[in-house]
Write a protein that binds this ligand. Sequence first.
Ligand code: DX5
Ligand code: ZN
Length: 219
Amino acid sequence: MEKIYIAPSALSADFGNAAAQFRILEEQGVEYLHLDVMDGIFVPNISFGQVVIKSLRPHSKMIFDTHLMITEPERYIDDFVKAGSDYITIHYEATKDPAAVLKQIRAAGVKAGISVKPGTPAEVLLPLIEYADMFLVMTVEPGFGGQRFMADMMPKLETLRKAIDESGKDIILSVDGGIDPATAPIAAKAGARLLVAGSAVFKGDIKENIAAINNALIY
Ligand code: DX5
Ligand code: ZN
């Protein structure tokens, strides 16, 4: 089995104590940090934007995996690049021309990801395989942390795993929503390699939580 990475979602972090929390993650070998940007329009919630990401950047060496839950993300790509994102993931449903935005992200010098909400079939991503460095399958309706994992999304991960493997391309398959020690192995078996987890990482003891997810992935 290929290596499985955890991407803690900063949405559930304590922003007044973020530097210390990120240090704990790094000490546990965590390599990715997931940053959920919400505009109150694409999703019914507002989180944080480029200003916050920029202020977090000097406090961590982790790969910044920015998840844009915003409408017409093409308007703000440069801002999120300048803020220090390493990956920028847009939503398929948020823009008229997803391929053009993925090209725009790569042209701006970072990796390009694309995500589908639970109601959007995985197949819409297949024509975008040329332009993407990450596919992200949502296993909750985007907008909030702490929701229940939708196991019926697993066939989407399987479809995309197969397509990525057949293409031979270096595309990371990510899953986001309701990941914890019980659901992480289910998503990994379906083909995910980057597991986003918010509440399961930051609620309680971060060190123990990371260990619990990693232990659940040994099978
Ligand atoms: C939801 C966000 C997720 C969220 C996951 O819209 O995209 O990244 O933070 O939180 P948990 O792991 O608590 O479901
Ligand atoms: Zn997310």
